[in-house]
Design a protein around this ligand. Structure first.
Ligand code: ZN
Length: 329
């Protein structure tokens, strides 16, 4: 259906790559992927409020929460190119886009606290400066989204695809991103304090200057990730892969590193592991069949190897001494 044949009382919106920040940013492969999954469909919803477009595709933020909620059909629907920039929908409304196609949507500066986006297709969407506290994104496709400065406090992003997403300065306090895919994402200076990142995929991710204090990164894959100047104090990296991870100028004091693969990690004299590892203070070690003393010795010996491999022999010897001391206590 071509848009020139659309009756006056219909929306007639057709999503274009240039609306969806796709074309200029994509390489050939991604461009192909875009056209494959976005066969142009003309929106046949009723025109709203003299705008010439339906309530979802009209520009402007003068859309009431009640009007939006009333316009939502039950169940998933195709709403690609949705325009919700600057709208305010209180969590009490219970707005849900679960399973919807919201490709290329504009949610920038919106207040969508508690909104349900589970299983939604949000590829290329714009969430900059949005308030998404307690929002739900389980299994959502957030490939190549812009999440800069957005607030995801207490949000659920378990199993979400965040590969190639940009989330500079975004906040994820107490958010959960378990098993999420952050391959080649940009989370520079993001605030991930206390976030749950268990089993997360961070291969090639940019996390420079990010705050990961007390974050749970057990079994996370940080292969070739850039964490320069990140704050990982009190973080749990047990059983994680730090293979080729850039840890220069990273603060890892009191981080839990038992069984983490540090063999090919990159450090410098500004990388800080502290003089005492986390396990010396503990009486039990949840999830492991070893004593905290065994975990402490294991960690000291790995830290010795890592420092020696980077020519930091004085520190390496200090960790060897610590291991010897607690082994003979
Ligand atoms: Zn429309």
């Amino acid at each position: 259906m071509l848009s020139e044949n659309v009756p006056e009382n219909r929306c007639g919106y057709v999503v274009h790559p240039e609306d969806a920040r796709a074309e200029s940013l994509y390489g050939d492969m991604e461009s192909e992927r875009w056209h494959e999954r976005n066969r142009a469909v003309c929106c046949w919803r009723n025109e709203w409020n003299g705008t010439g477009r339906c309530i979802w595709h009209a520009e402007g933020s003068e859309k009431s929460a009640v009007a939006l909620q009333n316009a939502r059909r039950d169940g998933p629907e195709r709403l690609d190119g949705i325009r919700l920039s600057g709208v305010r929908v209180p969590a009490s409304v219970g707005l849900s886009f679960a399973g919807c196609v919201l490709h290329g949507g504009d949610f920038s500066d919106a207040d969508l606290r508690g909104t349900n986006f589970a299983d939604a297709d949000l590829t290329d969407a714009d969430f900059r400066n949005a308030d998404l506290r307690k929002a739900r994104f389980e299994n959502a496709d957030l490939y190549h989204t812009d999440l800069g400065n957005a607030n995801f406090r207490h949000a659920n992003l378990d199993n979400a695809d965040l590969s190639h997403a940009a989330a500079e300065n975004a906040r994820f306090l107490r958010a959960t991103l378990e098993r999420a895919d952050l391959f080649r994402s940009d989370f520079e200076r993001a605030d991930l304090r206390t976030a749950s990142l268990v089993d997360v995929e961070l291969h090639n991710a940019a996390l420079g200057g990010a705050t990961l204090r007390r974050a749970d990164l057990r079994r996370a894959n940080l292969y070739d990730a850039d964490l320069r100047e990140a704050d990982l104090r009190d973080a749990n990296l047990e059983d994680g892969s730090l293979d080729k991870t850039d840890l220069r100028n990273v603060d890892l004091r009191n981080a839990r590193l038992y069984r983490a693969d540090l063999s090919e990690a990159r450090i410098d004299s500004d990388t800080e592991f502290g003089t005492t590892v986390a396990y010396e203070e503990r009486t039990d070690l949840d999830g492991w069949d070893v004593s905290p003393t065994d975990a402490a010795v294991w960690t000291y010996l790995r830290l010795r190897n890592l420092h020696e491999a980077h020519g930091l022999t004085v520190r390496g010897r200090q960790y060897q001494t610590k291991a010897d001391q607690i082994r003979h206590e």
